[in-house]
Write a protein that binds this ligand. Sequence first.
Ligand code: GLN
Length: 451
Amino acid sequence: LAQLFLDRIAHSDLNAFLHVDPALTLKEAALADQRLASGDTTALTGIPIAHKDIFVTRDWRSTAGSKMLENYVSPFDATVVEQFKQAGMVHLGKLNCDEFAMGSSNENSYFGAVKNPWDKTAIPGGSSGGSAAAIAARLTPASTATDTGGSIRQPAALCGVTGIKPTYGSVSRFGMIAFASSLDQGGPIAKTAEDCGLLLNAMTGFDPRDSTSIERAKEDFTRDLNQPLQGLKIGLPREYFGDGLAADVEQAVRAALKEYEKLGATLVDISLPKTELSIPTYYVIAPAEASSNLSRFDGVRYGYRAKDYSDLSDMYRKTRAEGFGEEVKRRILVGAYVLSHGYYDAYYLQAQKIRRLIAQDFQQAFTQCDVIMGPVCPTVAWDLGDKADDPIANYLADIFTLSTSLAGLPGMSIPCGFGQGEKNSKRPVGLQIIGNYFAEAKLLNVAHQYQ
Ligand code: GLN
């Protein structure tokens, strides 16, 4: 199985994989074979997996898509990587992503953009573009990703695969290179909700090395997959179906909703009135946390160091000027600004207050429905290069995913048909399913019944 996927990877031109090491993979596969023979197995033993290059690994470089970490090898494995190793999964390598997970198109990777397998002139989405494209192109049956403001759901949607961001605190952040710590959450991308459930079973759990990890009993996320949906109330936020939603995306989403009605669900009109504020709120809080997290990349402790410098300050300055890409620098500047004396109250504190109101919107909505549905992204995948020089256009495309992240809620994306690209190519559309805290098993059930 590992050899099959290694061969496919070798013949792929998507730029989804950053590091592969066939000898290492085959060694792990041989170990998995031994486990299978001895009966010491889990549902995942022997199944190949690949990780977003934001999870640190002892055996592979961990670049976070940045020049800053181009040759960085971690002395330890991220908890998530450890968990999959314990389950007996076989590692195929590391997957391309936007630099430090900042982006919506994968075009911010120092190692170049990933191509969308459905149409190689289109973006795969971001920041976990490699994770989603690799699943869509069947280069791996399972991948990990991270979602800070949509980076699991949006690339899954644009590549026509399934991804779930669990409740904040469910998956350990230990060894996940930090972007915005109060938002970052790991999760799986795979072909189906069932596969995602099996992967979540292995990746969740309390980790004393992550201060925001939640202590909860282990659960089987696949337990409710076959429950019927009769009587399910699906909330449709007015704000997710208004101006700015492309007609082809709306059509595919509404067709999926019709299927849910046939399965016995009822549709309820709801409102998430603060949706519009999620963009300015997120793009204050995330850069603020990023500016703090990224201060560790100083040319001393990790990775890249500039060659010619006159003194320590000059070394810091040149290392960061040369090691970080444009979008990362933009976020550090914005973050430092909103946290600075005199602006903190006006921007950062204000954003934190709105964040609370956004979370309250959802709690109000969940008094009227069991799950919330809508589009993941206002459009299908756009053309590579189209918005590459326009950060605001990229930020605006996050409108339907940011609120869930700000509230810490679980959300997923499942494929629900196709829209049209500019050259009339078929490009996938994703249906977003949002649940209340710890409703992952319900989300997977709702997804599975449709799939
Ligand atoms: N597109 C968002 C950003 O650029 C979300 C990224 C993410 O979830 N990692 O910040």
